[in-house]
Design a protein around this ligand. Sequence first.
Ligand code: HEC
Length: 240
Amino acid sequence: MSMRFLFTGTLLAIGMGYMFALVYVYASDAGRDGNPALTVEDIQMSYRGSSEGTRLESALRGPMSAMLSVDERILIEGWISGGAVKDEYETLIQPIVAQNCLDCHDGGNPHLDNLDGFDNIQSVVEQDTGTDLFTLVRVSHIHLFGVTFIFFIMGFIFSHAYVRPLWLKSLVVFTPFICIAADVSSWYFTKLFAPFAWVVMIAGGVMALCFACMWLVSMYQMWFYTPPEFISERDAGLLD
Ligand code: HEC
């Protein structure tokens, strides 16, 4: 019984974590291409950058869209398409940035682009080449370690469930590890060849499916399911 509570608590917390991860993916990547759903184009823009538009523009359409009004965004886009010149920056753009962006982008946080002043903002109005390699490497190692932990714990709990045929059970346990490897390596391949964004998308989907499957089966069997008699008898035999 105490083990059942341990597993249940773990499943609840890890399930919540997964939900937040999905919200995060949506908030950081969806809408880059103008379509509010999460699309393959969003993933391509995130990893490869965009052939039309700068990093500032894709941020303003995606993750930073809530930070300013539509009118202000249109002004900034107009300024960029007009060549991002200094005069116009000082009269029109600087006040918008100061009011909406500098709370976070004043250079105080080394992980956020410093947008304070004309010289600093240059780095985000250059052509967008997507997430840089160093960031990808940093996120890759965090991701590989983190996801391995999650699916080790999930798989360990799920391995106690009664699921037949055995190959199916093993497949559900093993597939997420293939997916995370395919997912992370495809971030880099997407930089070289855009269609790899499909692998990122599909691997993420299959991983979520395995997660849901293991979560539901484990939870259900722990609380509502009586295993076949020969299993209970075998376990009783082990106790003797
Ligand atoms: C509340 C804090 C906050 C405010 C205000 C804010 N940002 Fe950000 N900004 C962030 C964080 C955090 C990130 C990193 C997000 C990420 O990596 O997903 C970020 C990332 C960015 C990026 C890089 C995006 C990329 O994909 O490389 C740009 C450009 C940017 N912000 C511009 C702006 C602009 C312009 C404004 C004002 C209109 C603004 N931000 C307001 C917190 C903020």
